[in-house]
Design a protein. Sequence first.
Length: 543
Amino acid sequence: MDKGKSTVAPADRSSMDVTGLSADEIQLRLQGHVGELPRQFGTLATISLAFTITNSWIGISAVFVTPLFAGAGPAIFWGILVAAVACSFINAGLAELASAFPSSGGQYHFAFMVAPPRYRAPIAFIAGWLSVVAWWMTAASACIYCAQICVNLASFFNPEYVWTQWQVYLVYVALTCLAVAIFVLLPTLMPKTEIVFFAASLVGFLVFCIAVLAASKTKQSGRTVFVEWVNLTGWNDGIAFFLGVGSCMYVFLATDAATHIAEEMPNPSRNVPRAIGMTMVIGASTSLVWAVAFLFSTNDLDEVAGSYLPILTVFYQALHNQGGAAFLAVWLLVVYYGATISCFLTAGRLTWAFARDNGLPFSRFFAKVHPTLQVPVNASLLTMVFCILYGLIYIGSTTAFNSFISLSILGLNITYAIPQAIVLVRGRANVLPARPFNLGPLLGPFCNLFSVVWTLFYTVLFSFPVFLPVTAQNMNYVSVVLVGVSLITLALWWGGKRKTFTGPSIQIDGLEVLSAAATGSLATGPSQAGVLATSKEEASAAA
């Protein structure tokens, strides 16, 4: 059989009127969806959203304590570098899939498009639930850190004030509600708002680096920052280092954000990969430079590691001025809260997209788009309610809450790896259409294989506690939560979703032609026969 000829029976093209539709909308409809959200995110706004969520340099400000315990300065610097390289390969594979199948569904949609027909629905359902839960937890992690900054600033100026976990939770609830209200009630302002937060982050990066380096009276030695290894975890140095790298992966968390607004931008096949790539480049460079700056500017790493808000201690040690340290902390809070708003926006879009394909209970309700605001209000409110309820865990145990947050790192990387694993097994030439961003015959398989192996490695490693010996205070609950999410997903599937979740209705003949035309490769674009044939009988009939 001719490899270049589709074995799928041609779709009924008459069922879709494409008169007056843009190429982006036609591509979306051929993937089984109708555009319901305005395409208001331009290239700069998309890059701004993607970077604002990831915000690597402030991300390391929140999580550098774990690599600090794992190996001090060298674990932070080299951990960021290793995490940046690893995440670059993983995200390259993700960007290629986003170029081939742009959709707000992101990873679960990619998995559906490349999986064998028989297993397409269950694989997409599992990937969808894992992706939604991981994004909900990502939003919660960003918001709880903002709440911690608020209460620690209060105690910074009033040492007699000792905050409690329930007070942190109340601030967290207020910030959660405000974040959702902003993007739900002011949707048309979000693209410009993302650009403003992007600019605030980049300017803040420059101000922070210059301020701490110029103001610090003493500097750590280069040996302390790059060479002198101090491992306090109880693990051997090798495991401790990779545990530190795992925390540094948080710095590049949620790079898939741009995929979930693919239906709100022009030419997503080109712009989504561009946003992912720029996010990694800017994130890696800013996080490494900022880490070096604050490591050289501290004078007591032990005090930093033992404080409630380590980055505030870093500011104070460098500036030797309470007002200056508070100013930087407030700036950090503003930028981090911008990331929080973007996280809730993206999580709401993903939840809506999954409900649109009937992946959630009461999907019809959560798949509605507000007719006036043109925002998936119900799905966004579901995200808010989950995060408010989930935050109650923080009152009982910060350790359990933080362990659950680790699932956001692991969960998202698993969803990045699932479709790439399928592409490897089924053959890239058989399952990927012509696309603007093509990794090619050598780099493509390497990125896909690396993503799978790296994710499998960290699926095991993230189940390890950071410190030995294991106590009730440092217990790791990631494996428990992962099993729990898996059981809930299976219960929903066998409880009825296996009969109602079928994924999008695809018109593959038009999608192949449109994908090839977009890259100017009508004659060479690979067939999607093995991907999208709805049954063996259909394939045989068409052949």
